[in-house]
Design a protein around this ligand. Structure first.
Ligand code: FES
Ligand code: FES
Length: 176
C-alpha cells in the first residue's frame, strides 16, 4: 500500500508498504531518515521516539498505515548541523549527548515537553522522559540540559542547586 503523510513539514509518500510495517521502518528504510533508532523494537526504550500529530510515540509500535494523512516529526526536523535547535544546543552544552541510540529519542521527547511545559520541574522532566532508557550512563546531564534549555540556571528545576539529591537518578519509573 501507499502511505502519504507529512514528515518534518514535507508531504511524502512511501510505496509498497506492507500492512504490518512499522512507522519506524518506513522512516529509516524507505525515507532515509535514520535519526529515530531501532534499539528494542518493543516499545520499551524510547530510542525510536517521534511525534505523531504532535504527540510523542514509539515509532516501532506504530503501524505505518496509522500515519496516513497525519504529521510526523522526527529528530531530523529539530535542527541542522549548522543550526541546532535550542534543545540540541543545550544537550551539547550540558554534555548530555551520550550515545547515538538514546539521544535522538530524548531530544524529541524533551522538545515536546518544553513546548507543553516551558519551565518544567525536575519531576515533570522525569515523568516526560520515563519512557526513554539509557543503559549506559546516568540521567543527570540530561536533567541539566533540560534546565538549560528551559532558561538556564535560573530555571525552577535548577533552583535547589545543581544535582541536589539526584546523583545517578533515573527518570520516574526507570530504575536502570
Ligand atoms: S525501538 Fe522503539 S521503543 Fe525501543
Ligand atoms: S543508551 Fe545511550 S548512552 Fe546509554
Amino acid at each position: 500500500m501507499r502511505v502519504s503523510f507529512t514528515v518534518n513539514g514535507r508531504r511524502l509518500e512511501a510505496d509498497d508498504v506492507w500492512e504490518g510495517e512499522s512507522l519506524l521502518y518506513v522512516l529509516r528504510e524507505r525515507l532515509g531518515l535514520p535519526g529515530a533508532k531501532n534499539a528494542c523494537e518493543q516499545g520499551e526504550c524510547g530510542s525510536c521516539t517521534v511525534r505523531l500529530d504532535g504527540v510523542p510515540v514509539c515509532a516501532c509500535l506504530v503501524a505505518a498505515g496509522q500515519a496516513q494523512d497525519r504529521a510526523v516529526e522526527t529528530v531530523e526536523g529539530l535542527g541542522t548541523a549548522s543550526g541546532l535547535s535550542p534543545v540540541q544546543r543545550a544537550f551539547v552544552d550540558a554534555g548530555a549527548v551520550q550515545c547515538g541510540f538514546c539521544t535522538p529519542g530524548l531530544l524529541v521527547a524533551v522538545d515536546e515537553l518544553l513546548e507543553r511545559v516551558p519551565r518544567p520541574s525536575d519531576a515533570d522532566v522525569r515523568e516526560a522522559l520515563s519512557g526513554n532508557l539509557c543503559r549506559c550512563t546516568g540521567y543527570e546531564k540530561i536533567l541539566e540540559a533540560v534546565r538549560l534549555a528551559a532558561g538556564g540556571p535560573d530555571a525552577p528545576g535548577a533552583a535547589a542547586g545543581p544535582a541536589a539529591g539526584e546523583a545517578g537518578g533515573a527518570p520516574a519509573g526507570e530504575a536502570g
